[in-house]
Design a protein around this ligand. Structure first.
Ligand code: FUB
Length: 300
């Protein structure tokens, strides 16, 4: 088997052994969100190194980047819960996008709110773009019990969307072009057939088709469904990634330098576990009909 790391190393030259394999990074981190910009791949993550080890109670997010997907730079914490005056705890799964040279982080806190922070740099200088939550349970209609796991997506025509939702309630709402306010009602994401949604919704687009991927439970597989409309309804297509060796699964899918990748999390370092997760990445391959081949979890 040729792993991602060894193949990239062949293209990019020799790699440092410690960095040439899954896990990608020698720090506990989870819930990857890939952003490609400036000729680099950035991965924004939940910082499991900074939690108590008994819950996902870290108070800051983390960002890493690489140009060859072998040698990763740890840029530290781009933002902390304390940067939101209205939030108190739980820096969970982030989502990052760039629009017109500005970087936006969609950041869930308190298991009930999603905020948005903005910067001209992908790694630092982020500040609260609103002064209040973008999404908040109790304030907004139809958020579900646990508005977490944001996934921002900007379509080719400029229309942006925010997918979100935990506790088996997948949601989507339109974002305005300012990327810091919503338009219209929060809608349910309808998936027809197959395994139901649990959490970790993510959108990517390839050849005009919208791919909505998600975790199916605790533990969960990463499954996917497709539609010709970003708002759905979606048709279930199958499993991309099997359950991992911890109780949560969470993915991000992106194209980088002509190849597709899936980043995810698993227990892959000494001292790891459900609350001390590690980032991993694999190639993502498509069949000629646009369906996705099931991914094997590699390490070396
Ligand atoms: O990191 C906390 C939670 O674990 C995330 O919100 C879920 O997606 C799961 O990965």
């Amino acid at each position: 088997t040729t792993t991602l790391a060894t193949t990239v190393a062949l293209v990019a030259g020799p790699a440092t052994p410690a960095q040439a394999a899954n896990p990608l990074i020698q720090r506990f981190a989870a819930d990857p969100s890939i952003l490609v910009a400036n000729g680099r791949m950035y991965i924004y993550a939940t910082d499991d190194q900074g939690n108590s080890g008994t819950y996902w109670d870290s108070s800051a997010w983390r960002v890493f980047s690489s140009s060859n997907l072998v040698d990763w730079t740890d840029h530290g914490a781009p933002f902390s819960v304390s940067g939101f005056s209205w939030a108190t705890q739980y820096a969970w799964a982030p989502s990052a996008v760039q629009r017109n040279g500005t970087y936006y982080l969609y950041l869930p806190t308190d298991r009930t709110k999603i905020g948005v922070a903005r910067s001209s740099s992908p790694t630092s200088g982020f500040s609260d773009a609103r002064g209040n939550p973008l999404i908040e349970r109790g304030r907004d209609a139809n958020t579900g019990d646990e508005p977490i796991d944001p996934a921002a997506f900007v379509d080719d025509n400029g229309q942006a969307y925010l997918y979100f939702g935990g506790a088996r309630a997948p949601k989507v709402v339109r974002l305005n072009s300012d990327m810091t306010s919503t338009s219209g009602a929060v809608q349910n994401v309808v998936i027809n057939g197959g395994s139901a949604y649990a959490e970790a919704g993510h959108m990517h687009k390839r050849n005009g088709l919208y791919y909505y991927s998600y975790s199916t439970g605790w533990p969960g597989q990463i499954a996917y469904a497709t539609s010709s409309n970003p708002l759905g309804p979606f048709t279930y297509r199958g499993v991309i990634l099997d359950s991992v060796n911890i109780n949560t699964n969470h993915q991000s899918i992106a194209e980088y330098n002509g190849r597709w990748y899936i980043a995810y999390q698993r227990n892959a370092r000494p001292g790891g576990g459900n609350y001390r997760r590690s980032l991993a990445m694999e190639y993502l391959n498509y069949n000629s009909d646009g369906t996705i081949q099931r991914v094997a979890q590699t390490s070396n």
